[in-house]
Design a protein around this ligand. Structure first.
Ligand SMILES: CC(=O)SCCNC(=O)CCNC(=O)[C@H](O)C(C)(C)COP(=O)(O)OP(=O)(O)OC[C@H]1O[C@@H](n2cnc3c(N)ncnc32)[C@H](O)[C@@H]1OP(=O)(O)O
Ligand SMILES: O=CC(=O)O
Ligand SMILES: [Mg+2]
Length: 723
């Protein structure tokens, strides 16, 4: 690192140059006042941040001790948690008052995509994933089975194509039903006297059951190239082109259904990226800058062709009265900052200490986002002039209040109106779940979402109760009492304080990116639970998950949930322990194998290649999305079983070595891959994975960041790698 002294701070030269020359110009904020304000915020908020972290550790120590001293009894346990302040006292009733929230968040219900922001190719794709092809999503995935001649073979398999078209016609019949007929019979779509008229194959005509669903069209009234419809607040286009290879096989010339899909996207600076120094942070921030200004573009090779990707324009339509209008062409973007835990060497404070990364992220990502609301952007993100920041991994309401204090200070520094910065609160730590109402109260003027991040939440569940006993197998945790209570409580609490029409109530990630049939079957439960958004890992998943919002009217579900008043605390406190462990040797080994494989498969790419989110095959060869939160679960799970003697250190080490061979084999096609075996001692990645497991109990709240960052820095140094 090469630092430049700026007032009382030392700032890495690259970062300084980037901020002074690329971020600040055009924001109306002078470099001098920016750095002066920056150093004041650092000086005043650093001690508060430290106190919050100390409180985490202190509570964890007390909880560990309690479990050592007591056999579990829920009443005593709850009283203890209240006594130490882990469960906070209730506050006054309130309703949230957030203003200037975009429709995508306040009113519409639909998928939320997450993407590592340091990957420009994926990030632009994500911004553009507001709209996506239903035919492609069905044809390209297991949403349509390959049975009976419908394999994905050659350029185009007409048998498969027929199934895709039949599926899509069923969708149309459900989402835009006709008066007594089926879209399967359509031979022509036209706009006549302001209505959609469908000529059927037998020559008769029919109309939409609800003519209000027709929003507009493109092309000519008697031969539209697109018919725009709306259902449950989400749009879709029937795209027509008689000359298109698919359209010409269709009686009505339908070539595709274009779905409004990812209403919003989280541009992630956190768990899906590796950013450990100024060089990495500049890459993250520069992409966010391009996204905020709407001018990010990137060129790459795909299928032997070079292509350039940039952000889409808004979409133009003709309304039925002949006027023209536009719909947003891009997903509404949030940026996810890191949490309160980590520090980073990109900036040193007046005492020469690394600054908190969350403070750095808050200031820089907000300064960048100011371009998107002060007239500098080629494409608009928020039509309401808001900036959306997701704040992860906060424990309890004091930490949320601290984030809001930071946001106040940033608004003052950047001359932004109060509450321009909206906050998305991840409900992903146990202390936040138990005190969610207080957490929302602490952010009631700026809250734009709450979201159950069940992956981190599971990691925290294991770590918090590390001393209580061995946890059940990882797969079984999904059906445990606390998890279901936590999910229900989140929706109920959010609705009770008025999030409906103000903010999103979101649900977690679908972590099996290739298993779209299973997603179609299962992820509708998120919508049925009253969530108006839920996370998907890819644009394709966004298109398919959008189907669920056409099937269920979320507002109606929320209105029903609002009627039920239930306190879920006792169930949330049910720790997923195996009271009488009776696993066979094989069952234990299988569990450790699976966890070890996931850990190694993810960590090796993180530490050695700087890849923060990857698809790693599990023991059944199913590619799972692994990120830092899934790593937290797997590493804490093994640490817990070691702690309680379910397995031994020797056994785990043998497993890690054996699984390293498996992972090396899985990566053998990657020329830049550095195998872990047989020189395990030499492999920084292998050592990182071992640290995560063998030192798992002592990691703060079971987080993986401290070890990953340290080992990635070591690997960068050792192998002199750059991203
Ligand atoms: C607990 C939590 O915090 S969850 C949040 C963190 N997790 C995430 O952000 C997951 C984001 N998803 C991803 O990073 C990826 O989908 C992965 C790593 C899971 C899988 O990546 P890959 O193996 O490369 O995916 P796959 O080969 O199936 O698809 C690649 C294509 O899909 C696109 N794609 C995949 N994921 C995304 C995404 N999240 N956003 C935009 N585009 C995406 C790529 O751009 C690429 O298309 P292109 O060639 O036209 O550019
Ligand atoms: O951030 C999401 C999670 O599940 O953790
Ligand atoms: Mg998380």
């Amino acid at each position: 690192m090469s630092y430049v002294k700026v007032g009382s701070l030392q700032v890495d030269q690259q970062l300084l140059h980037f901020i002074n020359n690329e971020v600040l110009p055009g924001t109306g904020v002078e470099t001098g006042e920016f750095w002066e304000g920056f150093s004041k915020i650092v000086a005043e908020l650093t001690p508060k941040n430290q106190v919050l972290l100390e409180k985490r550790d202190e509570l964890q120590r007390k909880i560990d001790q309690w479990h050592k001293d007591h056999s579990f009894q829920s009443d005593q346990y709850k009283a203890f948690l209240k006594e130490v302040g882990y469960i906070e006292p209730d506050g006054e009733d309130f309703q949230v008052t957030t203003e200037n929230v975009d429709e995508e968040i306040a009113l519409q219900a639909g998928p939320q995509l997450v993407v590592p922001v340091n990957n420009a190719r994926y990030a632009i794709n994500a911004a553009n994933a507001r709209w996506g092809s239903l035919y492609d999503a069905l044809y390209g995935t297991d949403a349509i089975s390959e049975e009976d001649g419908a394999e994905k073979k050659g350029n185009y398999n007409p048998v498969r194509g027929e199934r895709v078209i039949a599926f899509a016609r069923d969708f149309l019949d459900n989402a835009a039903p006709l008066e007594g007929n089926s879209h399967k019979e359509a031979a022509k779509y036209a706009i006549t006297d302001g209505e959609l008229v469908i000529t059927l194959k037998d020559g008769s005509e029919t109309k939409l059951k609800n003519k209000e669903q027709l929003q507009g069209f493109r092309g000519q009234t008697d031969a539209p190239s697109a018919v725009l419809l709306k259902n449950n607040g989400l749009h879709f286009e029937i795209q027509i082109d008689q000359h298109h290879p698919i359209g010409k096989t269709d009686a009505a010339g339908v070539k595709d259904i274009l779905m409004e899909a990812a209403l919003s996207t989280i541009m992630d600076c956190e768990d899906s990226v590796t950013a450990v120094d100024a060089e990495d942070k500049v890459l993250v921030y520069r992409n966010w800058l391009g996204l905020a200004k709407g001018d990010l573009s990137t060129s790459f090779e795909k299928n032997g062709k070079s292509m350039t990707r940039q952000m889409n324009e808004d979409r133009c339509y003709t309304a039925v009265d002949g006027s023209t209008f536009k719909l947003p062409g891009r997903s509404l973007m949030f940026v996810r900052n890191v949490g309160h835990l980590m520090t980073i060497n990109a900036v040193l404070d007046e005492n020469g200490n690394e600054v908190f990364e969350g403070i750095l992220d808050g200031i820089v990502t907000s300064a960048i986002a100011k371009h998107s609301i002060c007239g500098n952007a080629k494409l608009i993100n928020s039509r309401k002039g808001s900036i959306y920041i997701v704040k992860p991994k906060m424990h309890g309401s004091e930490e949320v209040a601290f984030a809001c204090e930071l946001f106040d200070r940033i608004e003052d520094l950047l001359d932004l109106e109060r509450n321009t910065l909206k906050i998305g609160v991840m409900d992903e730590e146990r202390r936040t779940s138990l005190n969610l109402r207080n957490c929302i109260r602490a952010s009631k003027d700026r809250i734009a979402f709450i979201n159950t991040g069940f992956l981190d939440r599971t990691g925290d569940e294991i770590h918090t109760s590390m001393e209580a006993g061995p946890v059940i197998c990882k797969g079984d945790i999904k059906s445990s009492v606390w998890l279901s209570a936590y999910e229900k409580s989140n929706v109920a609490e959010g609705l009770a304080v008025g999030l409906q029409n103000h903010a999103q109530i979101g649900k977690g990630m679908w972590a099996m990116p290739d298993m779209m049939a299973a997603m179609l079957e299962q992820k509708i439960s998120h919508v049925k639970a009253g969530a108006n958004t839920a996370w998907v890992p890819s644009p394709t998943a966004a298109v398919l998950h959008a189907l669920h919002y056409h099937q269920v009217n979320v507002k109606q579900v929320q209105d029903e949930v609002k009627q039920t008043k239930q306190d879920y605390t006792d169930d949330i406190l049910q720790i997923p322990l195996e009271k009488n462990p009776s696993w066979s040797k094989e069952e234990i080994q299988r569990e450790i194998d699976n966890n070890a494989q996931g850990i190694l498969g993810y960590v090796v790419r993180w530490v050695e290649q700087g890849i923060g989110c990857s698809k790693v095959p599990d023991i059944n060869n199913i590619g799972l999305m692994e990120d830092r939160a899934t790593l937290r679960i797997s590493s804490q799970h093994i640490a817990n079983w070691l702690r309680h003697g379910i397995c031994t250190e020797e056994q785990v080490m043998e497993t890690m070595k054996r699984m390293a061979l498996v992972v090396d084999k899985q990566n053998e096609g990657d020329a830049s891959y550095r195998p872990m075996a047989p020189n395990y001692e030499e492999s920084v990645a292998f050592q990182a994975a071992c640290d995560l497991v063998f030192k798992g109990c002592e990691q703060p709240n079971g987080y993986t960041e401290p070890i990953l960052h340290q080992r990635r820095l070591e690997a960068k140094e050792k192998y002199s790698v750059t991203q």
